[in-house]
Design a protein around this ligand. Sequence first.
Ligand code: DLL
Length: 426
Amino acid sequence: MSREDMRQLQTKRLIKTVKTCYEKVPFYRRKMNEAGVKPEDIKSIDDIVKLPFTTKTDLRDEYPFGLEAVPHSEVRRIHASSGTTGKPVVGTYTANDLAMWAEGVARVMAVADVGPKDTVQVSYGYGLFTGGLGAHDGAALRGAIQLPISAGNTEKQIMLMEDFGSNILCCTPSYAMRLAEAILDSKVVSVNKLKLRAGFFGAEPWTEGMRKELEQKLQIKAYDIYGLTEMCGPGVGGECECQNGTHLWEDMYFPEIIDTKTLQPVAPGEFGELVFTSLCKEAMPILRYRTRDLTRLIYEPCKCGRTAVRMDRILGRSDDMLIIRGVNVFPSQIETCLTEFTAFQPYYFITVDRINNEDTFDINVELKADYFSADPQDQMKFIKPLFNRIVSMLGIKPNIHILPPYAIERSLGKAKHVHDKRNFKG
Ligand code: DLL
């Protein structure tokens, strides 16, 4: 679709969404009244900046169904994201919302031409988490065979992958790495015997280095799939064959990038916080939702021919950013450094503490089994270049510890990379 046609469609859908929010959801009416904006003030997609933001706290305050814009009897499914503290964030869906969600995932899967001859192994968790059922419904819409195995039970995953001939894998990148490791270590299954050809990985930040490792180890094309419960789940966007940014389905979810301090839109192409307005959602429409995901939007045309705007890799969430000795650190930056060295595994765990008024910064890492030695002198050969790389990237010095193979916990879903002990001190 041309940019102008897209803008017209977005305008039409925004006007409708805002009117519904104002008329049906007391929360939005109150917020818009406070901001002095009425539905009639929204005449074009550019007027979106007049609308107030919605935050995760608002969602929690309106828990569970305060933001619904339809009678609850029209809801057909409820999902929720775990959240680290307190009440979960809830997403509810009408039948149309479920169809639109599946369409978003199906568009992502189109890049690998997923269809009736394919078996899609859905190794995202099934349940309240949107990953499992989201990928499942997208695969169903493509007419593919769905294998709803969910996350975990790694040995069985690889046995069925071989026996059932799964050729598309959907899971978090960290679980994909765990599966790759299990396949390479396996005495019964070899990667050459598998039919895998593509993977759709998301739900957590991952790096180019991780992509290369996964593509090489699993002998597949590894595509990014992005999404969040507040919009629908997976399938807000996905990568094309250029693997050069994640196309966002902006006819369904309008993206903006704002400066986290001024809350004003940044210049096109600049980094900031991603904000979404749903343009088609019925059960729980959302206006200007602050995702806390930090990235940038790329408006230059993509070689693939898709005109939907692209999003750069997500650096991390603003709430995952560590401030160590005054320096901003995103855990994914450690992954970037690790994957530049063949000897290291892409697994890591960061511990931050404050001792004698100074921040400590410890990183546990693993060497691949062929390189591992328990001898500290041997280890120094590997630690030194990694240390130098991290210092050049972050400007602060970590303590690097090499752990024996498999010592770092492997994740089935979203990996946990950080323990910040400072949070528990007065
Ligand atoms: O993680 C939905 C999903 C499932 C997406 C499966 C992709 C695949 P939530 O649990 O609500 O929903 O978490 C949403 O996860 O705001 C990002 O911080 C992060 N996230 C999701 N996809 C990506 C990605 C699902 N491709 C939050 N890259 C989002 C980086 C991602 N971060």
